[in-house]
Write a protein that binds this ligand. Structure first.
Ligand SMILES: Nc1ncnc2c1ncn2[C@@H]1O[C@H](COP(=O)(O)OP(=O)(O)OP(=O)(O)O)[C@@H](O)[C@H]1O
Ligand SMILES: [Mg+2]
Length: 218
């Protein structure tokens, strides 16, 4: 069982968006996956309830506010699943993020490809280094999100990324209306018509995450 937290100190970097879409893609490829909503904003829970006729395909569990409650919720949500994805609030000081990162094997860190966003990413990287590991090594994966169409990552951004000890996912996620549309409809981009580019990049990111997870297993 692998716990993957989606975290970053900065708000609005795409933590919930990537988590919901990757969760649906994992479900589509037959993985037993669940989501834990550790963000008091409750965005993931609202997203999953947006369409009462067709519920989101992945079960989603609420988490409490204290470290103790989050840790307990993670323990019970992980039963019977291969992967538990934990949506964190935009904070590294909050108890929810600390509790989630403490028990995570992997932390996915969505970043907008701009220097201010990358500077803000140092907070989560420091937190990961500061928290004791639960036994095996905790890994990080940076994911460039909201990359403008036809723009390669700039040289300045790539230079800043080299400062981090974590790899950058080869798959960059584009800035696309399909992501907001999926949230509004309570589904993932995989369920949308005319969202081929978004589907392809979410599937590629999911495969990449799985190969990192499988490759890091002792
Ligand atoms: N790749 C993308 N293309 C277009 N819009 C995006 C993309 N990723 C996220 N968004 C939009 O950006 C906004 C913030 O995304 P999201 O809620 O996933 O960020 P977050 O990091 O979870 O925010 P918070 O820190 O508040 O929890 C949302 O309106 C979402 O639809
Ligand atoms: Mg969020």
């Amino acid at each position: 069982m692998t716990v993957v937290a989606f975290a970053n100190q900065k708000g609005g970097t795409g933590k919930t968006t990537l988590l919901m879409n990757v969760a649906a893609a994992l479900h589509h490829c037959g993985r037993r996956v669940a989501i834990l909503d550790a963000d008091p904003q409750g965005t993931a829970s609202r997203w999953s309830q947006a369409n009462r006729q067709q519920p989101f395909p992945v079960p989603i569990h609420p988490a409490g506010r204290s470290a103790e409650e989050v840790t307990k919720a993670i323990k019970s949500a992980r039963r019977g699943v291969d992967l538990l994805l934990v949506d964190c609030p935009p904070s590294v000081e909050g108890e929810e993020t600390r509790a989630a990162v403490s028990v995570s094997d992997w932390v996915v860190i969505p970043v907008a490809p701009s220097p201010p966003d990358l500077w803000a990413t140092r907070g989560i990287v420091h937190l990961m280094a500061a928290l004791p590991n639960k036994g095996s090594r905790r890994h990080g994966l940076l994911v460039a999100n909201r990359v403008p169409p036809r723009s390669a990552l700039g040289r300045d951004v790539l230079e800043l990324l080299a400062e981090f000890e974590f790899p950058l996912a080869r798959t960059a996620i584009g800035a696309r209306a399909a992501y907001a549309q999926a949230a509004a409809l309570g589904c993932s981009v995989l369920d949308l018509k005319r969202a081929d580019a978004a589907c392809a990049e979410i599937q590629a990111l999911t495969e990449e995450l799985l190969s990192h997870i499988d490759g890091a297993r002792p």
